[in-house]
Design a protein. Sequence first.
Length: 245
Amino acid sequence: MSGHSKWSTIKRQKGAADQKRGAIFTKMAKNITVAARDGGGDPDTNFKLKVAIDKARSVNTPKDNIERAIKKGTGELKGDTIEEIVYEAFGPSNSFFVVEALTDNKNRSVSEIRHIFSKAGGSLGGPNSVMWQFERKGVIRIEDYKNKIKDKDELELELIDFGLEDIIIEENDLIIYTKVENFQKTREELDKKNIIVNYAELEYVPKEEKEITDNKEKEKFQKLFEALDDNDDVNNFYTNADIEL
């Protein structure tokens, strides 16, 4: 898995400075609004909404913000029309990026994201310019798994029936990969087993990673990641760059 996964961003968001919390909460609200708009306001029947709410709660988004976002999605409250857009881009060191945006202004979004990549020495690409380098997968992370799972091998065998693709261990975390169509079933099975999941999302996972070792190049990536994190319209981003910051 890429050294910069969405989990890296979530961890940074959890420890974000107070002045950035408002922007983070806004991103969480957009995600919830779109999920509620697409599948209804009940997280028990709308899995996309359940995942969005869980993500919002993980960064301590206030309950009132979550409820307002759901009502905007279901039409109970008025709000701007939010569109989902996926951008493909080239980053430093000939790396590839997929950027998911939620925006009420497409012209602003594309202009700002193009500027972010241009400043980093990269550029936006056209449709399918880099997407062929990625696969859409469900990614589920269980922190400190040894204290939550009695038998990893037994769990792996059980999850194969639910469409498990792979399980890897990263330090003390267990990371489960599934096909998109099996993501919900796998997550629900873990819930039934009372296994606490720390992260669960659909990601664009790179087919091949590009290791970045040069310190100057690492600095470029760090600034690029921070700029994408700080942009109000950027919901998620993924890269094939394998980099430890």
